[in-house]
Design a protein around this ligand. Structure first.
Ligand SMILES: [Zn+2]
Length: 269
């Protein structure tokens, strides 16, 4: 869509993924059931209970949901594709498997420990929990992970094309390009290892025959990067239709990367 550039994603920057995040006010969960409750009634009835003392964990669960809903609203995650997580002491909080984002409540978000275990009676984590966990192991400096099958990033990934320095903004992922990591079956340890290797060098990667993954210091910054990768993928896809693109030189990209250190993600302003 042509207005994507001006329509900045609504971020949830205020709610960081750090364990030290202040506890947000936790809204009371509706306790009453009524005949008018819709299809989520059964799901709600079975929801695990989040320990009351961990209000900051509940706030963080809400931030994960807000990020997932933003992906949905802005078209970043067609269908039910995509998943969101943030680091949490001892592991991570991740969206559950097989639930529509609109129906997810804080108790549905799954805590997955560093060893891959989940708490008793919790939901099943996203099928891609292994590469979320491997991303945190590969990048101790990043605290949130977004994975989507966003349209243009996925188109390029299926054509086995990385995004080279056709535009200086590719530096936003932390290097001279946005690389493509090789294919492995979804939900496998093999894919988790491949993604971890890709993210060791960059904050975002395309995943062959699959989609994209982006990491950030907060849920908001990871989400913003995922939007930026999708936008760059769309631009690059269109440039390719005009012929062979003129790429920026390595020396020019070194200058850009140096400037990005000072400007951060606002280098496009
Ligand atoms: Zn996927």
């Amino acid at each position: 869509m042509s207005d994507r550039r001006t329509r900045k994603p609504r971020t949830v920057r205020a709610q960081t993924a750090r364990a030290s995040a202040p506890a947000a006010k936790v809204a009371k969960k509706p306790a009453k059931k009524s005949a008018s409750q819709t299809r989520s009634q059964t799901a709600r009835a079975k929801r695990p209970v989040v320990r009351k003392a961990k209000t900051s964990e509940v706030a963080q669960r809400r931030a994960v949901i807000a990020t997932a809903l933003d992906m949905c609203r802005t078209g970043l995650s067609p269908g039910r594709s995509g998943n969101v997580s943030c680091r949490w002491p001892g592991g991570m909080l991740i969206t559950p498997s097989g639930m529509a984002y609109e129906e997810i409540e804080p108790a549905d978000i799954v805590f997955v420990a560093d060893d891959g275990s989940v708490r008793p009676k919790s939901r099943k984590p996203s099928s891609e929990w292994q590469f979320h966990l491997s991303a945190y192991h590969a990048r101790p400096d990043r605290h949130a992970v977004i994975h989507t099958h966003s349209m243009h990033a996925t188109v390029l990934a299926c054509a086995h094309k990385s995004i080279p320095a056709f535009h200086y903004m590719v530096a936003i992922a932390g290097g001279m390009d946005i690389p493509l990591v090789s294919y492995a079956t979804f939900g496998t340890k093999e894919l988790a290892d491949i993604v971890a290797a890709g993210l060791a060098e960059r904050d975002a990667c395309l995943m062959a025959n699959h989609g994209q993954i982006a990491v950030g210091t907060t849920l908001g910054s990871a989400l913003e990067l995922a939007h930026e990768v999708e936008f760059l993928a769309e631009q690059y896809f269109k440039v390719l239709t005009l012929g062979k693109p003129k790429l920026l030189s390595t020396s020019e990209m070194k200058v850009v990367l140096e400037r990005f250190k000072g400007y951060g993600q606002h280098a496009q302003d």
